[in-house]
Design a protein around this ligand. Structure first.
Ligand SMILES: Nc1nc2c(ncn2[C@@H]2O[C@H](COP(=O)(O)OP(=O)(O)OP(=O)(O)O)[C@@H](O)[C@H]2O)c(=O)[nH]1
Ligand SMILES: [Mg+2]
Length: 445
């Protein structure tokens, strides 16, 4: 069935200029029906003209059309660069709708691009990640996927699996030839290669998650030691409330800080103590959860008060990577960094949250790992990670079945892995998966 012709604003209204896209068999005809300019629209050539509707000029625009398949969606397309006022955009869209185009669903343009083979499913999903990226590194990771990096990797792995299947099928077809040992010798390396590559890709998800969501850094400690002050100092602006009264912070407050293009997500938390009321009790619970979910914990200690029993107790409740931050170094010390190192056995930094002294060293230490290989693919989607893990499991079981010399089981496992990988690129993706991906898109993309 031929797709109907759709349109959507690709930019929000309110700007000076807005872009409205049209895609489908009638895209050019619909453009012509409302656009009055010099000359016929030509592929990829901007034309200046007016939008006329019901005998009235409603906007002065630039318009361009693209011939199938040389367009984003692979269909005939047109783009109108109109003025971004709410009224002028609404009028233009009313005109397009009246001429027979339908307002697109979110993600429908990219879905059409996928369906017409313009991009694979991993690239289509990455378009949304690029738009939503909140750091340069996350945008780079998305761009690498849009350029087909993940698709190429998956296709290579699937090729290894196909190679193995061909060899094994021969072994099953001619069992009398006693090919089993040969089959194992010839097919197992391909399966092993595939398994290694799948595992390596799945392992990049952790880095991808950090790029996308930011490395989570929870700031914890006793009340009044200066956690919120440190939080503000690290962010570089007064984000959280600071007062001289212990128990100021209740809710966990978080904000992003960009470091060399990678996001760090700082979380300020309630001071840990015996709660005085219901709100504080909940706040402390949230503080503990924030600490559990964080990639790194900063335990703040008030150096002017010394290292207290309570500081040590809180340290004992923390797991994973911890840095101790001795704060208030502008006041007379009651403990030294050396003591703190001996007590806690981890990195210790001395800062003055009020003046910002010590900030640079601390930031340099908590900076998230920067990717070593800039061209390498990073898996950023949880769905992709799940597919890769499932594929790895099937391949492990295939490798095991080789040992049991059960070639039928080996083939089933390899095919299962092949299909799981195909869900990433869309070569074997169910309608349901495709829907769930495009559902997260914004209008006009
Ligand atoms: N002299 C000095 N005072 C500081 C420093 N950092 C914080 N303070 C003061 O310590 C008091 C508590 O600071 P907060 O940042 O609110 O402490 P907190 O740990 O967030 O406290 P709660 O939210 O109650 O747990 C405030 O009066 C700050 O001005 C510092 O480096 N030097
Ligand atoms: Mg606070």
């Amino acid at each position: 069935m031929e797709n109907d012709t759709i349109f959507a604003p690709a930019t929000p209204s309110g700007g000076a200029i807005a872009v409205v896209r049209i895609s489908g068999q009638r895209a050019h005809a619909i453009l012509k029906s409302v656009f009055r300019g010099k000359g016929e629209p030509e592929h990829a050539r901007m034309r200046h003209g007016m939008i006329e509707y019901k005998g009235k000029r409603i906007d002065e625009v630039m318009a361009v059309c693209f011939n199938a398949p040389r367009s984003f969606t692979g269909e005939d397309m047109a783009e109108i660069f109109c003025h971004g006022g709410r009224v002028s955009m609404a009028r233009l869209m009313a005109a397009l709708s009246d001429k027979g185009a339908r307002l697109a669903q979110p993600g429908e343009f990219t879905r059409r691009a996928f369906e017409s083979g313009k991009m694979d499913l991993s690239a289509a999903g990455a378009v949304m990640e690029l738009i939503g990226a909140n750091s340069a590194a996350a945008a780079d990771a998305a761009m690498r996927q849009i350029s087909g990096g993940l698709f190429d990797k998956i296709t290579q792995i699937q090729k290894w699996l196909t190679d193995a299947l061909v060899i094994i099928e021969a072994g099953i077809e001619y069992p009398e030839e006693d090919l089993e040992a040969d089959v194992r010798r010839d097919a197992l390396p391909s399966v092993q290669n595939a398994l290694d590559a799948v595992r390596r890709l799945a392992a990049t998800f952790e880095e991808g998650r950090l790029l996308k969501n930011g490395c989570g850094v929870a700031i914890v400690g006793r009340p009044n030691v200066g956690k919120s002050s440190l939080f503000n100092m690290l962010l570089g602006y007064e984000r959280a409330i600071v007062t001289a009264t212990p128990g100021t912070t209740r809710d966990a407050v978080e904000d992003f800080y960009m470091h060399s293009g990678a996001p760090i997500r700082f979380i300020d938390t309630a001071g840990l103590r015996e709660a005085h009321d219901e709100a504080e009790r909940i706040g402390i619970e949230r503080a503990q959860n924030a600490a559990k979910g964080a990639d790194l914990k900063l335990l703040v200690v008030d150096r002017s008060k010394g290292i207290t029993k309570e500081d040590k107790r809180i340290f004992g409740t923390l797991d994973g990577e911890i840095i101790v931050v001795l704060n208030k170094i502008d006041l007379a010390p009651a403990a030294t960094a050396k003591e703190a190192r001996e007590t806690f056995g981890c990195d210790v930094f001395e800062v003055c949250a009020l003046s910002g002294s010590g900030r640079d060293d601390l930031i340099a230490r908590i900076r998230p790992p920067v990717r070593s290989d800039d061209d390498d693919i990073t898996v950023t989607s949880e769905r992709h990670r799940d597919c890769l893990c499932a594929a790895a499991q099937s391949l492990e079981s295939a490798a095991g079945a080789f040992d049991a010399a059960d070639l039928d089981c080996v083939t089933i496992d390899i095919k299962e892995a092949w299909d799981r990988l195909g869900e990433i690129t869309g070569l074997k993706a169910t309608e349901e998966i495709i829907n769930s991906i495009f559902d997260t898109f914004c209008l006009g993309k």
